[in-house]
Design a protein around this ligand. Sequence first.
Ligand code: NAP
Length: 242
Amino acid sequence: MKAAIITGGARGIGKAIAHKLASQNIAIALWDIINEGEATADEISSTHNVTANFYKVDISQYDAVAEIIQKVLDDFERIDIMVNNAGIARDGLLLRMKPEEWQSVISINLTGCFNCTKAILKTMITQRWGRIINISSVIGIIGNFGQSNYAASKAWIIGFTKSIAKEVAKRNITVNAIAPGFIETDMTAAIPEEVKSSYQKQIPIQRMGTPEDIANAVAFLASEDASYITGQVIKVDGGLVM
Ligand code: NAP
């Protein structure tokens, strides 16, 4: 049985990804900083009848990630799929942005992705099979007003994805990024309705995305069917950015 780690899996897009992979008989190691992950893991294992364990971890901490990966490997013996999904936004105009608002976004979105990828890579190389899927954002491609920290972190993920894809391709490990558009989760719940509806008008498919829209793309990239796809950025955004 294959096994996957999903960071930020307690809720939102990560939770939908965990459900989708579990529905394909893949065991789940759910990582999150919030305790809600425990209930989500229980829900996943009872719904899909697969092992789903919760591990509480702050992915921005290198040593904590190295320690938790050891626990996961003791529990699952192998990890085939790593989904780097955990991320935060701390929006504000650059003129007013505090250094800690810059740093927290970079530490979680960027350094977190580095910490988790580095921690799992040796295992995948030894297995000679692996799928790494990094959740970027269309904002990392087009930028956004008041999101310089977030956009920088998500653009970096794209460069990181392409570089690691080149480093490990011959080991049968693919590394791809997904760039979601506007997806209905707690992260976007705070956006005022009038701003949301103006975004919606710009989306050719005329609706916000759902976490399941992203989960479906992750499941494809994680599958055997995607074995010749690496170093790519797949936009899942209803056609917003073409
Ligand atoms: P979400 O609902 O906020 O869920 C993200 C989860 O990650 C939360 O449970 C969060 O905990 C957790 N997390 C935050 N910092 C962490 C850390 N240091 N270590 C471990 N877990 C941590 O977000 P989402 O909307 O599902 O987004 C998931 C990913 O998709 C993010 O990378 C986001 O940037 C990206 N994305 C989202 C959209 C969108 O429209 N929603 C669009 C493009 C890209 P807390 O509650 O403590 O923060």
